[in-house]
Structure formats: C-alpha cells, structure tokens
Design a protein around this ligand. Structure first.
Ligand code: SF4
Length: 222
C-alpha cells in the first residue's frame, strides 16, 4: 500500500538535495558489522566510534572471534567509544544471542522480512532500540527504515514534520509515514547535514537556511 507523504517533505528534500548534493543509497557495511558499529556509536561522535570499530576489527579477525572473546579484551579495544564496559558486554551478549538464534552471524535474512518484522527481530535484542534497528536496516539493506538521530529529531520538530511533544522513539515511525520509501535514506542524510551545518542546536543559522521560508520556527534576523 502506498504511503501518504506530505508535499512539504518532497519539496524540502529537493531543496536540500540542491544544497548538499544528490545522495544515493550504498551499502555501508554488512549487517552484523553495522550492528556492532551502531552499538559502539551510541552516545558518542562518529570519529570516536569509527576508531573503536577499527580497533576492534583489527584486534579480532572475525565477528565470531569477538563473540568468543573475554569482555575485558573487547573493552580494551573500544575505549575511545566511551561507556566501554557497557558496550563491550552488550556487543558480546548480542552476538551470542544471534549465534544461538541463527547458528551464526549472517543476519541478511532480515532484508527478506517485512519491515516491521525485521525491526521487531532486532529490537528483541538487549539494548537495541528503534534507532539502532533502523540504522542496520536502512544502511545495510536499503530498507525504508528512518533512523532518527539527535539532528534529525531537532530539525524535524523545528520544521514541524513532527509535533513538539513527539518522543524520539516515536519519531522513527512517524517519519516513515510521511517520507516516501525511496526518499528515506537521502532525506535522513540531508537532515543530518542540515542539522550539523545550519540548523544547529543552540544557534540555528536561520538567515542562511535554504528551507527558512518553509519553517515555522525560523528566527527573524535581529
Ligand atoms: S529556518 Fe532556522 S529553525 Fe528552521 S530549519 Fe532553518 S535553521 Fe532550522
């Protein structure tokens, strides 16, 4: 069934595409690597999580080796990601559960499942919420799952794509309803760029914003 999308989303997407350049989906990592990476990326910067992921994958030559490692060995590799004790234990637990459930670490079967079922499967794992599930499904398989990070949450609320009282967890489902499936990946990327460069948390640069005319939250120049 075709989803209803707001005309504003398509217009916003075209304007942001012109501003930031066309972005097309490409598979970033295989799904199990993406899942590990995304656990590392919780509550830290991309630079720190990239570094921790590289350390981890250099120290262990396979996902299976990580799942068999002592938690302390994992901790030592991922210190740059912060919360390393919690993340190390979570990575090991999640990998062990996946191994038990599937007999290995290939979770590509998720791409054959209906979106909601694939999300539910991932969210049944400890510490995996809607954002992590959406990142794995969107980035590894190109499925129409909308990850909502802090930038997307802020920009979407300012643009009134979602209401001011909508929680971050609820925002994933709402955004998926208003963004056409084949625009979800690119719209996600455009909003992140816009949030980082222009619609900043403390001082939004409304006078430089290409979507200001469509934004109910724009600040008037002083
Ligand atoms: S006009 Fe201001 S608040 Fe609205 S999207 Fe642009 S930068 Fe953000």
């Amino acid at each position: 069934m075709k989803k209803a999308s707001t005309p504003n989303v398509l217009r916003l997407s075209r304007i942001l595409e012109t501003e930031y350049g066309k972005i097309s989906w490409y598979p970033r990592r295989n799904a199990i690597d993406e899942l590990v990476y995304t656990i590392l990326s919780q509550h830290t910067s991309d630079i720190n999580s990239e570094r921790a992921f590289e350390n981890l994958m250099t120290r262990f030559d396979s996902i299976e080796a990580i799942s068999n490692a002592d938690v302390i060995q994992i901790e030592q590799c991922i210190k740059t990601a912060g919360l390393h004790k919690i993340k190390a234990a979570r990575i090991k637990e999640v990998l062990n559960i996946i191994d038990t459930k599937t007999g290995g670490f290939d979770i590509s079967f998720l791409s054959e499942m209906p979106l909601e079922d694939a999300k539910t499967w991932l969210k049944s794992l400890p510490g995996i919420g809607p954002k992590t599930a959406a990142i794995v499904l969107c980035f590894s398989f190109g499925m129409p799952a909308m990850p909502v990070d802090t930038h997307i949450y802020r920009v979407s609320r300012r643009l009134r794509l979602i209401g001011p009282k909508v929680s971050a967890d609820k925002a994933h489902d709402l955004m998926e309803k208003i963004v056409p499936p084949d625009e979800i990946f690119s719209f996600h990327m455009y909003l992140i760029q816009h949030g980082r460069k222009v619609c900043k948390a403390l001082k939004p640069r409304c006078s430089d914003c290409v979507v200001a005319l469509m934004c109910p939250s724009r600040l008037k120049p002083s």
